[in-house]
Design a binder for this molecule. Structure first.
Ligand SMILES: Cc1cc2nc3c(=O)[nH]c(=O)nc-3n(C[C@H](O)[C@H](O)[C@H](O)COP(=O)(O)O)c2cc1C
Length: 209
């Protein structure tokens, strides 16, 4: 499998020399709807599994549904209607859930985790980059009915539903609604100068050249 070459059709220009993996990945909404081999999906979870986390707590959990199954329709029904329109063509929908409490060494009671969402975010990125390496696309979806999704997926109270992830092979944008078709291209990023300071956040200096 090769990196998503369709996604690389309009390359982003990074301002520093970096591995192409990072700037050629993007989040399309047009998917082919083709079957996602289970082995590939498990490979994505495996890549996510190796993400770093505070105290190696590994708070990420994944719940998946494959296109063409009743589960897929259940997952889809929890998404905001505009997201349902395009995510219906994904090959799989994955719910990323994080555990809000962690076991501390020597303590019987679980403690609230300060970084469960941060850690789950790291896992999502690894999943997305692995998919891209194998020629599959991913698209994170934060627009969903939190209450309904928690109920539909039977998420326990001590877990947080972070995001859904659409996984699929990039497809023809012609089938997208107008609003989505016009956005079907890689987006740019803020310049490094806006993101980085030396020495202090408030009184810091721009990065050195
Ligand atoms: C936490 C999160 C939630 C998002 N929610 C949505 C969403 O509900 N609908 C959507 O179309 N895109 C959603 N996106 C996709 C972002 O808009 C997209 O990642 C961002 O514009 C950067 O573009 P790129 O991923 O193509 O580089 C979400 C992304 C993240 C990380």
């Amino acid at each position: 499998m090769t990196a998503n070459t369709a996604a690389a059709a309009q390359p982003r220009i990074p301002s520093q020399e970096i591995g192409s993996l990072f700037h050629t990945r993007w989040s399309p909404r047009a998917f082919t709807g083709e079957e996602l081999p289970l082995k590939t999906l498990m490979g994505l979870f495996e890549a996510a599994r190796w993400a770093p986390s505070a105290m190696n707590a590994q708070p990420w959990r994944f719940v998946y549904a494959l296109r063409g199954t009743p589960d897929f329709e259940r997952f889809l029904s929890t998404l905001a209607p505009p997201n349902q329109l395009w995510a219906s063509r994904a090959s799989a929908l994955v719910a990323l859930v994080s555990q809000r409490f962690l076991a501390l060494p020597g303590k019987a009671e679980l403690a609230p985790s300060a970084s469960h969402s941060f850690d789950a975010g790291a896992a999502w990125t690894q999943l997305a980059l692995q998919a891209h390496l194998w020629g599959w696309a991913t698209h994170a979806i934060g627009g969903f009915d939190q209450e309904k999704a928690r109920e539909v997926l039977a998420i326990p109270d001590d877990h947080q539903l972070e995001v859904f992830i659409a996984v699929g092979r990039q497809g023809d944008p012609a089938g997208l609604p107008d609003w989505a078709r016009t956005r079907e291209q890689p987006s740019d990023r803020r310049p490094l100068e806006e993101l980085v300071r030396e020495g202090s956040f408030g009184a810091g200096r721009p990065p050195r050249r």
